[in-house]
Ligand binder design. Sequence first.
Ligand code: ADP
Ligand code: C5P
Length: 244
Amino acid sequence: SSPPASSATAPSVADVNAPKQPFVIGVSGGTASGKTTVCDMIIQQLHDHRVVLVNQDSFYRGLTPEESERVHEYNFDHPDAFDTEQLLDCIKTLKSGQPYQVPIYDFKKHRRCSDSFRLVNASDVIILEGILVFHDQRVRSLMNMKIFVDTDADVRLARRIRRDTVERGRDLDSVLEQYAKFVKPAFDDFVLPSKKYADVIIPRGGDNHVAIDLIVQHIHTKLGQHDLCKIYPNVYVIQSTFQI
Ligand code: ADP
Ligand code: C5P
């Protein structure tokens, strides 16, 4: 007997033989929420698949000479700070199975390294991580799964102070000033409103091993479905909804 139409789909022969499209995961959340940490944990657990990580930070625009002179007045947390057209081009290219030369961004100099790129190759899974990866509808529409890393603001600020003073060449006063002037208002105006697009919200970031295990299981299932369909073309695949 046939399964109910609403809960199951039968892959067609064309679907089964179609080249496998990479599974695209978007990971968003406030600054220092643990996005990179969560991505690294997912990548570690997906060791039997080819996974690439693309950071939205790589697509920060370079500053004009005037902007560079007044860098403390520049809002790096506004959507316009990113070259979203180039980010779209990157994800579309990787989705089509082609490699892409991703720019390398220097947080100390606030600019891209002009002569070096990171060559990102075709893969089974593409993870796109950044504070505003859910802001643009065109970028969102390329994602198969959207994760929001939800960490308290005081924890994020404490981590950011440590990271920016140790790794990004900033002093305490400039970190606090930038946070109050740009980072916090932009979080309220742009990052937090984009949380509604998430399929999965991870409280406590990388400390939440249960959430990360569940996400990895789901990705394994999604990647496995295609292979299973190739072996058993008459098997119906039950579509499931995923929530934590
Ligand atoms: P994001 O990518 O969201 O900016 P990161 O994963 O890079 O965040 O984390 C920001 C900083 O906080 C890093 O220095 C990282 O080592 C630290 N950090 C991240 N998650 C944790 C955690 N669960 N416990 C302690 N420190 C953490
Ligand atoms: O890694 P994280 O998600 O925190 O990176 C985004 C943050 O980097 C933004 O909140 C922005 O304020 C900061 N940034 C910066 N200087 C730059 C570029 C970005 O402080 N040149």
